[in-house]
Design a protein around this ligand. Structure first.
Ligand code: GDP
Length: 139
């Protein structure tokens, strides 16, 4: 089943110059990049993207972090893309992430954890639509 998922290379990874390496690892994993854009989220955009976490104690810090510098948003496509990209990223907390995963290699801590990936088909659809319109995604 071919799926699409939203990937974000978060501001910590972009500012450390890790974007190229991460995009390379995504390509090497066999996932196709079908849309790609650099942006700097403003507060409202970051709050909207992480609205599901608005009651969590870390919400304000998370929003501030996501606005702290440029990020790279991308749509990835492939067989079981959602699950495969989650596996490539590793656990939310890099201390708990498997060896070889993006977060194990590139993340500093549970908040500044280098990458985002959608966690299911419904969130993938809404997160892709949050940043891209249909015409931005290559066939
Ligand atoms: P994900 O799906 O693996 O990104 O994890 P979640 O959906 O649970 O959390 C969303 C994002 O919030 C994570 O990627 C982190 O950047 C941040 N986050 C999650 N848990 C914590 C926490 O305990 N403290 C802080 N400061 N940030 C967190």
């Amino acid at each position: 089943m071919t799926e699409r998922t939203l990937s974000i290379i978060k501001p910590d990874a972009v500012s450390k110059g890790l974007a190229g390496r991460i995009l390379g690892e995504i390509e090497q994993s066999g996932l196709r990049i079908v849309a790609l854009r650099m942006l700097r989220l403003d507060r409202r955009q970051a709050e909207g993207f992480y609205a599901v976490h608005q009651e969590r104690p870390f919400f304000r810090d998370l929003v501030e972090f996501m606005c702290s510098g440029p990020a790279i948003v991308a749509v990835l496509e492939g067989e079981k893309a959602i699950e495969r990209y989650r596996a490539l990223m590793g656990a939310t907390d890099p201390a708990k992430a498997d060896e070889g995963t993006l977060r194990k290699k590139y993340a500093a801590n549970v908040q500044n954890n280098a990458v985002h990936g959608s966690d299911g088909p419904d969130t993938a659809r809404s997160e892709v639509a949050y940043f891209f319109s249909a015409v931005d995604i290559v066939a």
